[in-house]
Write a protein that binds this ligand. Structure first.
Ligand code: THU
Length: 139
């Protein structure tokens, strides 16, 4: 992937992170999902007083994209960190989000984490979720 596009995804993830609704954890996460057709969907985490009803940023982005007819995903940038912290920490997707990404993306999908467009790490989904259980197992 081109450096310019990676930086753009990270910037969009940082921007949507500001919209996170996190009155309980105060941990803000933003995600920007690049689809096969070049479109980008963003998402933030949305928490709930009934904690398990909360939704992660990555799944918000995936569900927005799928509900707009997109099913092919190339990459996702995830930026997370505690509210008010000067510097973010590396925030890799949780297990549930890795599983949701695996439903729609192949193993070569790229996942970018890090702290800024200048300081990021790149993983494949296969690295983050090896030996995944997918729809193929149910055929
Ligand atoms: N969270 C995300 O949105 N994405 C992740 O990859 C890790 C965790 C959210 C869930 C919850 O709202 C808060 O961060 C603390 O777990």
């Amino acid at each position: 992937m081109e450096e310019k596009q990676i930086k753009k995804l990270i910037e969009m993830a940082l921007e949507v992170r500001e919209k996170a609704y996190v009155p309980y954890s105060h941990f803000r996460v933003g995600a920007a999902l690049l689809c096969g057709d070049g479109s980008i969907y963003t998402g933030c985490n949305v928490e709930n007083a009934s904690y398990p009803a909360s939704n992660c940023a990555e799944r918000t982005a995936v569900f927005k994209a799928v509900s707009e007819g997109k099913r092919e995903f190339t990459a996702i940038a995830v930026m997370g960190g505690m509210e008010g912290m000067k510097k973010l920490e590396d925030c890799t997707p949780c297990g549930i989000c890795r599983q949701v990404l695996a439903e729609f993306a192949d193993e070569s999908m790229l996942v970018f984490t890090g702290t800024s467009p200048e300081n990021y790490r790149q993983y494949t989904l296969a690295e983050l979720l090896p030996h995944s259980f997918t729809g193929k197992n149910l055929q």
